[in-house]
Design a protein around this ligand. Sequence first.
Ligand code: NAD
Length: 312
Amino acid sequence: MIGLGLIGGSVMRAAAAAGREVFGYNRSMEAVQAATAEGFDATEDLDAALTRAAAGDALIVLAVPVPALAQMLGHIRDLAPQCPLTDVTSVKTCVLDEVRAVGLLDRFVGGHPMAGTAESGWAAGNARLFVGAPWVISVDDHVDPDIWTLVMNLALDCGAVVVPARSDEHDAAAATISHLPHLLAEALAATAGEVPLAFALAAGSFRDGTRVAATAPDLVRAMCEANADQVLPVLDRTLDLLNLARTALAEGSPLTELVDAGHAARVRYDSFRRPEIVTIVVGEDNWREALAAEGRAGGVIRSALPTLDSRG
Ligand code: NAD
């Protein structure tokens, strides 16, 4: 594990609980000491961690924010270039570009566990954070079936369900269901903060609608800015809908259009099915395209898919 914050620390705990050998690096001594005190194998010496990973052909998991990626990838290229590599970053295309730039693309399969809290750091993590959560694993054109299988098994060991998706499609969807909600939550919290009595009356709607505004501002900026190309069209769409509602309110017209469309979409979400993907063999002809199509249709992997090798 490179980075033992909320997500890296949770992956470390979950992987260890699943019986895996896991060791990690963190740049601050505080998290290293806390992890070590809880019996985990952690160091603040990045070179030592990467040299050890290279010697054991370990799967390296990058769990640092986007701005720290280039520096970490440079160290991996220098000390552990043959290790299989994945990440947990909330945006995927920009990570792919960074990995390509350092020449590690053929060892890389991107990932994104869709779980988290508004807290940060080692102390915020827990071994059950990913239980039942979708964990996106990229099926971009370059991905190697053996490394894909390693990452799939890690996600399943952490209790997640695997959603196969292309990085660009992930980013378009994440812009809508993650980055846009962050912006809306910030706007809602800031607006309420300007209204006298608002906090005194605030209850469930305000708490739920602003929950993610409690996230560390650096992390929010990092993920929204890194996915600006995909955030802009969905932000425009939302602003259009809100402007229509504004016009209706100003004219004294009913809000029917926005409210009915929003309610219908939410009801569809509540009954959204996640069929299990069972028929695809990792490494067979067109396996990446087939997995991307199943993922797009809502399919998830709940237990390890066979590989060409395991089928003999
Ligand atoms: P965090 O703040 O809890 O942990 C960040 C980790 O990165 C810490 O270990 C920190 O020491 C390390 N780090 C930061 N800058 C560094 C640098 N310059 N050099 C070396 N290490 C550095 O954050 P987190 O929530 O665990 O986020 C980590 C990654 O997980 C991010 O890429 C984020 O997009 C992704 N992610 C977050 C969530 C969430 O809900 N918070 C969910 C899924 C994925």
